[in-house]
Design a protein around this ligand. Sequence first.
Ligand code: GLY
Length: 377
Amino acid sequence: MFSDNDKAFAGEFLEKVVRKISVMAPQIGGNFPTTNSNTGLWDPYGKTADISSWTTAFWPGMMWLMYLKTGDAMYKEYAEECERKLDEAFDIFTYIHHDVGFMWSLSAVADYKITGNEKSKARAMHAATILAGRFNHVAKYIRAWDHSSEKWAIIDCMMNIPLLSFATKIQGDPRFRQIAEAHADTVAKTFIRPDGSSNHIVEFDPETGEVLATPRGQGYDSGSSWSRGQAWAIYGFILAYLNMGKQEYLDIAKKVAHYFISNLEEGKLPRVDFRAPEEPVYYDSSAASIATCGLIEIAKAVPENEAKLYENAAIKLLRVLDENCNYNENELRLLENGSSAYHKPNGMHMPWIFGDYYLLEALMKLDGNDGRFTVHN
Ligand code: GLY
């Protein structure tokens, strides 16, 4: 159980975040913010976003959380507008990849769970069917991306597989959950290293499932330790446990969490890569907010005498995240110092919408309501 002091801190933090989002929301509306570099280099916070991007549902997901928190119909309308616009990504299809779980869990699944909208349920099933279609039945992995090799799977994809168990739950057909479980088992065997760190990418022989390589990905190098990937592993494996109930997934969630916690520096954000050279120093606030969500769920899943470790780590991360929030109501950005990848200098130390989303989700969890759209069970 979080202490009263921790709960009071998290409650005040949530109030500040809700206040800032309430100022941002009418300016962004039913659009798709990704980042705001203040240079116009990326998108002007939502108006020109690529509809097929993996980041499109983080804003509607935030709008649903804000609707749950405040009851203000304005947020519901923005979320619904985004969800309708996302149909275009189904129509284009070409660029749809494994990230349909992010795109339609935080939009259509959220809508269905909150309003019972049948059209949203159909969208969720459509997305789950596309995701299931990416499964390699021989090598037993969900193929990542489209711009890359058909041999690649990535750690991020653990976050998409709860959509498959949700599809089984609402349709009764076990195929979706079976694919989710087979993929998670492959990730457990091939991505998670003995010390609890994880690969970002694993390259398989798609005809046999043999591991061929572990390419670099968004971290410093092959064999290094991309912190957001590690955060996806923490949250992804606890979600797999919550959705599929296998003890092994909880054990892995704990193991990858222990590695993450032991690599944090007191009072600092996680470095972009835990195994990069000492200099230059790059941080990633989104790794902190994603990991916090996973740590809170682990704390709820383990016996009470184990929970404190995860709760303390979550609260420490939240305190650092608070220091990295921009509460200036004249600036259209919330969580600062997110980073897209170690080798992308122009995506470094900027606000990224996924960091904002998981920060709000973490704070909502401590407020007793996370919407349960990421945690599908
Ligand atoms: N899923 C892509 C990323 O975490 O950057």
